[in-house]
Design a protein around this ligand. Structure first.
Ligand code: UDP
Length: 227
């Protein structure tokens, strides 16, 4: 976590509109079908393992990662550091009104963090939005449009944006706004965040069929990589 936060702060200082992606097994499987998404993920300055599935997969493939980094934990840790330095944040994504609620909650919680703009994630045209973001030129832009939209948006628009760093953080604005809940700590410790999400949102079942496919793909890669 310290390493990831340190690197993110460094990238913010460089102000090159680099971006962070936080894949879980579903996103990895989408990358295998979608070359544009795969390019977007490969082009990221930081790739953080959002779930236990990625950590287990990496271990099986002999390229172990230090730990999983749930996006909410990463964002909160980053906000704490940004607050100390009075850094600026723009929240993009979720349904109308959600980013504003998240901004109010985060400002109350991280004194010193400056939230300089918000926008919902249901826009037709990126041009006016990019102008709005560039007019405040934030240190960090959270792009919470869900996968694969957020990864593709960051990849396609990075060269037009005046921001320190961007991070694609899925449904985290809903959590910061208090309209969605994280899995309880006991579920998280067991690596069952995905199961809790499925319980809360059964409509995710179709997407989650990618989980066993991911496990199977990792095992096949391990068994056949030298053949
Ligand atoms: N969303 C958005 N614009 C869209 C589609 C989705 O802003 O066009 C938001 C949605 O309201 C939710 C988030 O993106 O806040 C997606 O959350 P989810 O937990 O599904 O993220 P994922 O697991 O896909 O990363």
């Amino acid at each position: 976590m310290d390493e990831a936060v340190g690197k993110a702060l460094e990238l913010m200082e460089q102000r090159s509109a680099a971006y962070v992606v936080t894949p879980n097994p579903e996103i990895v499987m989408l990358c295998r079908e979608n070359p544009s998404l795969s390019r977007a993920v490969e082009n990221a300055a930081m790739v953080l393992p959002d779930g236990i599935g990625i950590v287990k997969g990496a271990r099986i493939l002999g390229t172990p990662l230090k730990q999983k980094l749930p996006v909410i934990d990463f964002a909160q840790e980053l906000f704490s550091h940004m607050a100390i330095h009075g850094m600026t944040l723009f929240l993009l994504g979720a349904k109308p009104g959600v980013a504003e609620k998240a901004a109010a909650n985060l400002s109350a919680r991280f004194e010193g963090l400056k939230i300089v703009g918000t926008n919902d994630g249901y826009f037709e045209d990126s041009a006016p939005l990019i102008e709005k973001i560039n007019s405040v030129s934030p240190d960090l832009l959270l792009v919470c449009l869900g996968a694969p939209k957020q990864e593709l948006w960051m990849y396609e628009n990075a060269h037009l944006l005046s921001v320190g760093l961007m991070a694609g953080l899925g449904g985290s604005l809903d959590v910061f706004a208090g309209i969605a809940e994280r899995a309880p700590e006991s579920w998280r410790k067991l690596g069952l965040e995905w199961l809790y999400r499925l319980k809360e949102e059964p409509s995710r079942a179709k997407r989650m069929t990618n989980l066993p496919k991911f496990g199977f793909a990792v095992i096949c890669r391990r068994m056949f990589r030298n053949k």
